[in-house]
Design a protein around this ligand. Sequence first.
Ligand SMILES: Nc1ncnc2c1ncn2[C@@H]1O[C@H](COP(=O)(O)OP(=O)(O)O)[C@@H](O)[C@H]1O
Ligand SMILES: O=C(O)[C@@H](COP(=O)(O)O)OP(=O)(O)O
Length: 306
Amino acid sequence: MIMVQGEVSGKKYTEPFSKGVLARSLTRAEMDPNKAYTFASMIEAHLKKKKVDLITIDELVEVVSRHLKEEDPEVVEKYMLWRRIRQCKEPLIILIGGASGVGTSSIAFEVANRLGIRNMISTDMIREVMRKIVSRELLPSIYESSYTAYQSLRIPPPPELDEVLIGFRDHVDSVSIGVEAVIERALTEGISIVIEGVHIVPGFIREDLVNKENVAMFVLTVSDENIHKGRFYSRCRQMWARRPLKRYISYFWAIRRIHRYIESQAKKHNVPVIENIDVVTTIDSIIKSLTKTSVKGGREVAEETE
Ligand SMILES: Nc1ncnc2c1ncn2[C@@H]1O[C@H](COP(=O)(O)OP(=O)(O)O)[C@@H](O)[C@H]1O
Ligand SMILES: O=C(O)[C@@H](COP(=O)(O)O)OP(=O)(O)O
């Protein structure tokens, strides 16, 4: 049997070589699942032929990338990027924001999947919990949607100010307290997590949290209004969708204003803005950006995920 030796927090461990585990990491680098399994079997055969009975993870990665270079040069680049992110000692907290409908939940799911992160929460859920704790009288804006929050303002803003944005800011300001609590808990427990939704707005979450090396924020945009509108149609087509299309379409004008505001906040706070047209391109830019910024130095693995 071939044993693989890894290291967690300075402690060495060994486990049997698994074609399934290797194949899964290759599919995360976008290799076709069937091909990934065949490739993993080929690596196993190669190690057996070389009479290897113990191999370190680093050596295994070297063997895999050497063979991958011949097989599929594109996958090797993605595989190495994925490895670098996994080599971070700290938990990874990924925040994905954007106006309703730009694709934060779809992209968060894909990113979590690609990185093997098992925890994901939407800010809508955080808001829902907060609604059970705080009364409507005390905090009326969180009982609204982000794009209708302006209707709950107790004192109408002066006419020169945009009431939609005043309402939105109020709404996000409150939900951000819940978002901060989730980030703090994840940091304390050492849990990697993806948090997504319209309440992830640059400038609203405490700086001491967002400035941490292992906390990364992204803002998604869809510049073309028609494409953005189309996303509501595609979302509501799903059989289980319970969100009324009419509501999003009738407030689409407000959602677009919020879209512009979130984008401007991202630019002001140097948060990467990613145009979410093609899912694969969006995910690739998030993963690339993560290796450049939040995972500085490529440190030793905290294998939470496998
Ligand atoms: N890059 C993309 N290309 C095509 N459709 C997308 C893309 N991102 C999201 N969608 C689709 O757009 C709709 C809205 O996406 P969703 O993730 O629910 O948005 P949000 O969570 O930001 O409101 C869904 O039907 C989703 O499948
Ligand atoms: O407040 C909001 O803008 C949306 C955000 O949800 P997503 O569209 O981003 O999933 O929630 P709603 O109140 O419509 O359920």
